[in-house]
Structure formats: structure tokens, C-alpha cells
Design a protein around this ligand. Structure first.
Ligand code: NAD
Length: 369
């Protein structure tokens, strides 16, 4: 039996606990069948934490998150906390944990499952077989740069401003991650900037180019962000791994999300630095929110969260075979015609959250004999 993997589960609000319980079932199946056990602890975040402790995340949970190998997060938020002061709102818990863990890289894969090709607004031949990764810098750039604000000029003109700013170290760490991901993928990295009109873009490109010599096996190319947005809907399969800054990544990852068309299918990972013990801080979560409109009704699609767990196996535990196995199980379940309401189409079997989760486990059983 491999050493215990420490996992902190923060299920959160709304459908968070429902989808996360399906992931816990997968960890239990793995402990029985895959000779790897998970030491799973649970904590509160978001509205659930506010109701229990009067804040969206406690110091104890932050301390727990620092000691585990990875954090799995469901979703936070809901209308019942709309009146709560901003600093204690559910979203504040999410922002705090990302900040405390210093998660500077956000990974969003866009994978088109054959069985769901109809869900995309793009033509089938454009997205069939799509498997790309958007790597977004998450803690720097124009969303955090100083100075920012509004002021009034001597002539009475009012203005608003933000600052796009990146240090060499910030660019280097995200770019290195991009090169490493490309090495583990199909060997191609596209760095996206606006070097044609922005000084920070010229600097971004210079740093990325200077690192290329350390990753000679990776084919590096550069693209302007506006062209990249266009290319992503024109011919997304030309990409492998895309690395970009916070602002462009925000936009491009949403474009990538809609290539595949279904919110309930989209996983994500946020990664931080490697600590003294050689462990990279990491948080995995579905892209969707807490879906209060369907919460508590056993209707939510658990596949985005299960696929986020597959990412956790791949990026935190280096368990490539198991990650592939889970992704294949999801694929098989879809091929068998099972659908939750969000991805339902004519002639398919509409199933509950629990039945979808069970179906994934029974596929895992079949594949491993
Ligand atoms: P949402 O993603 O929660 O829901 C949007 C729509 O998609 C809803 O109709 C919902 O029913 C559906 N949906 C989402 N996930 C689904 C799933 N797994 N299965 C089936 N259907 C699914 O976004 P929203 O409605 O804008 O926000 C609701 C709450 O979630 C808000 O409080 C918001 O702040 C919060 N939120 C949290 C996160 C997060 O925790 N990371 C992200 C986005 C929104």
C-alpha cells in the first residue's frame, strides 16, 4: 500500500457537498482497489462556515490546508448570504484560501468528450478530439497592480486607472510551469501577450524566450491575445498548452470553457510554490458555482468535480495511470448514454447525482477487473 495521501475536502455550499461526496466515494474505491489510501479530512468554507463560525474561513482550516498534499473544493455562495458583510461573504473564504496558499497558476483544461460534441455551439469537426490546457497567471498583473483607483486632474477631468505590472520572477514561475506541462503533454507551448502594444508584454515575451533553452524539447510560439481569442474559436486544436497573464487568461479560459459547452463538465486546478518538503501547494475545484437553483435535489452533475480529482491525481500525486483511468471512466459513462439534467439530450437516460457517481465507480470496476 502506498503512503497515505493527505486530502482536505472543503465541500462548501449548495451543490458542493452533493458533488464532493461522489469524489469521496472514488477515494474509498481507490483505497480498496488501487493500493493507495487517502487520508481525507473535511472542513467548512463559505456560507456553511459563516453559519457555524461567523466567518467564511477559519484560521484552523487555513492551517489544515497548509499541512495537506492537496485541497479539494466544491463551491461557495448562495442567496441566503447576500446580506452578509463583504468580508464575511462566502466568496471571501475562497479568495482567502487562494491567497493563503499563494496559488499563482490556474489550470483549465478544455476537453471535448465525443458523447457531448452536440453541447458545443461550434461545429463538431472543429472540436472533436479537442484537448488543450489554459495556464493563467493568477496573483499578479492588472488585477492587483498599484497604483489603481480614480482621481481628478487639475482641469477637473476625472479618470480611472489600473496598472499592468509583472516582475521577472512572477513571469518565470508561471512560464516554467507552462514548459513543464507542455513536456508532459504534446510538447507545444503558446505564450500569449500583447507585446505589440504593451511594454509589459515585451518584457513577458523576453523572459519566456530566455527560459526556452532549459526546455529545448518544447516547441515555443508566441501569439497576441486578440489573435489567440480568434484562433481558439477558429481552430482550437492547433493548441496544446497556452500560458498567459491574469487578464488575458481570465478571458481566454472562459472562451475555452464554452468550446466544450457544459459547465457541469469543467474541472480546474490552482497551483502554488513547492514548499520545503517538496510538496506543491494545490487546490482543485470545478469551474461551476454552488447552483442554488438545484441544490439539495440530487440533480447536480458531479463529473466536473470528479475530473478535478483526476487532475489532483495527475498534478499533486503524479498518479498518471489513475488519473487516466478516472477520465476514461467518465468518458465511458457518457458513451453509455447517462446524463444529468444539465447535459441531457434526446434519447439519453436522465440520472441523479448519486447514480452518475455510482456509474463512474462501476466503470472503474469494469476497467480494472
Ligand atoms: P453557477 O455555476 O452556480 O450556476 C449557473 C447555472 O449552471 C445554474 O443554472 C446551475 O443550476 C447550473 N449548474 C452549475 N453547476 C452545475 C452542475 N454541476 N450540474 C448541473 N447544473 C449546474 O453560477 P451562478 O448561478 O452564477 O452562481 C450561484 C452561486 O455560486 C453564487 O453565489 C456565486 O457567487 C457562486 N459561485 C461560486 C463559485 C465557486 O465557488 N468557485 C463560482 C461561481 C459562482
Amino acid at each position: 500500500m502506498l503512503a497515505n495521501k493527505k486530502l482536505l475536502v472543503l465541500a462548501g455550499d449548495g451543490i458542493g457537498p452533493e458533488v464532493m461526496s461522489q469524489v469521496v466515494n472514488v477515494t474509498e474505491w481507490m483505497a480498496k482497489k488501487r493500493t493507495v489510501s487517502f487520508d481525507v479530512s473535511q472542513g467548512l468554507i463559505g456560507g456553511a462556515c459563516y453559519d457555524a463560525h461567523g466567518c467564511a474561513l477559519t484560521d484552523e482550516t487555513v492551517a489544515d490546508a497548509m499541512c495537506v498534499d492537496a485541497v479539494m473544493l466544491g463551491a461557495v455562495g448562495g442567496p441566503q448570504w447576500d446580506g452578509v458583510a463583504r468580508e464575511n461573504r462566502p466568496e471571501a473564504g475562497l479568495l482567502r484560501i487562494r491567497k493563503e496558499l499563494d496559488l499563482y497558476a490556474n489550470l483549465r483544461p478544455a476537453i471535448a468528450f465525443d458523447a457531448l460534441l452536440d453541447a458545443s455551439t461550434l461545429k463538431t469537426d472543429i472540436i472533436k478530439g479537442l484537448n488543450i490546457m489554459i495556464l493563467r497567471e493568477l496573483t499578479g498583473g492588472v488585477y492587483f497592480g498599484e497604483p489603481r483607483g480614480t482621481d481628478v486632474l487639475p482641469d477637473g477631468t476625472r479618470r480611472g486607472f489600473d496598472t499592468q505590472i509583472y516582475t521577472d520572477g512572477e513571469i518565470e514561475r508561471i512560464a516554467r510551469l507552462g514548459f513543464e506541462m507542455a513536456q508532459k503533454s504534446r510538447g507545444r507551448l503558446t505564450s500569449v501577450d500583447k507585446a505589440n502594444v504593451m511594454e509589459s508584454g515585451v518584457f513577458w515575451r523576453e523572459i519566456v524566450n530566455s527560459l526556452h533553452k532549459d526546455y529545448a524539447d518544447v516547441e515555443l510560439s508566441h501569439m497576441y491575445a486578440d489573435n489567440c481569442a480568434m484562433q481558439m474559436v477558429r481552430d482550437p486544436k492547433q493548441f496544446d498548452v497556452i500560458v498567459t497573464d491574469n487578464l488575458f487568461g481570465d478571458l481566454l479560459s472562459d472562451v475555452a470553457a464554452m468550446l466544450t459547452g457544459s459547465l457541469g463538465m469543467l474541472p480546474s486546478a490552482s497551483l502554488g510554490e513547492v514548499d520545503e518538503s517538496g510538496r506543491r501547494r494545490a487546490l482543485y475545484e470545478p469551474v461551476h458555482g454552488s447552483a442554488p437553483d438545484i441544490a439539495g435535489q440530487d440533480m447536480a452533475n458531479p463529473l466536473a468535480t470528479i475530473l478535478s480529482f483526476a487532475m489532483c491525481l495527475r498534478y499533486s500525486f503524479d498518479m498518471m495511470d489513475d488519473a487516466n483511468l478516472i477520465e476514461q471512466a467518465v468518458q465511458n459513462v457518457l458513451n453509455n448514454g447517462l446524463r444529468t439534467g444539465d447535459i441531457m439530450s434526446k434519447g439519453m437516460d436522465k440520472v441523479s447525482t448519486a447514480v452518475m457517481g455510482e456509474a463512474v465507480i462501476s466503470e472503474l470496476e469494469k476497467m480494472t477487473g
